[in-house]
Design a protein around this ligand. Sequence first.
Ligand code: HEC
Ligand code: HEC
Length: 187
Amino acid sequence: MRPRLLVATLIVAAACVPLRPVAAQTRADSSGSFEPIAAVLSSPRCANCHIAGDAPLQGDDGRLHAMRVQRGMDGRGTPAMQCTNCHQVASSQERHAPPGAPDWRLPPAATRMAWKGLRAREQCLMVKDRSRNGGKTLAQLIVHVQHDPLVVASWSPGPGRTLPPIPHDVFVSEFKAWVDRGAVCPD
Ligand code: HEC
Ligand code: HEC
């Protein structure tokens, strides 16, 4: 129990560090750049699903999902172990219970959108590439990051999970600003 309590305390302590000025600063300095978007994509809440392997990851340390859960061709698991057997339409409010959103799943095996661990430049090229992003135009990507239930749910993941580094509305405006400035990728 002790180590877990300690971890919880550390997470709470980390959450208390004033994040707002940093977010505000990022916004002022780099509006239109991909960096703040990369910071969100790389956060465990997004990256645990955007992976190269055949099983989702879990936790802030990105460890392999328990119970040998597998992606399956369409991302929804195997016939015997469907994601939605456990993941409900909203995140559980119990610690260590599944986070949730409607149709909880991984990207399909053919288009994995596996940007976990990549540099911002590679993430950027992947996100823009219609042969790798599920066929989305930039306009459709804006709709996705603004309204997709899996994206939105990353900001209400249930107790004990850190949030992405900037609020959802700031993320959406950063994404729009990046598209408006020509969707340029960093070096
Ligand atoms: C539970 C797993 C899961 C989580 C968590 C998740 N995604 Fe995804 N993501 C998916 C799936 C599945 C798709 C494919 C959706 C489709 O093709 O309709 C996808 C696709 C995308 C795409 C490509 C556009 C598209 O429609 O194919 C972007 C961009 C994206 N996600 C961003 C994010 C961001 C940002 C976060 C975190 C704030 C996030 N995702 C969290 C599963 C997830
Ligand atoms: C047998 C039940 C079960 C099944 C089936 C299952 N999950 Fe999970 N999942 C869980 C539980 C429980 C947790 C939370 C573990 C914890 O926090 O200790 C979890 C956590 C996760 C996380 C971590 C979320 C985060 O933000 O860190 C992801 C991602 C995830 N599951 C994706 C999937 C996907 C995708 C599938 C289907 C391919 C799936 N799960 C199938 C029970 C399940």
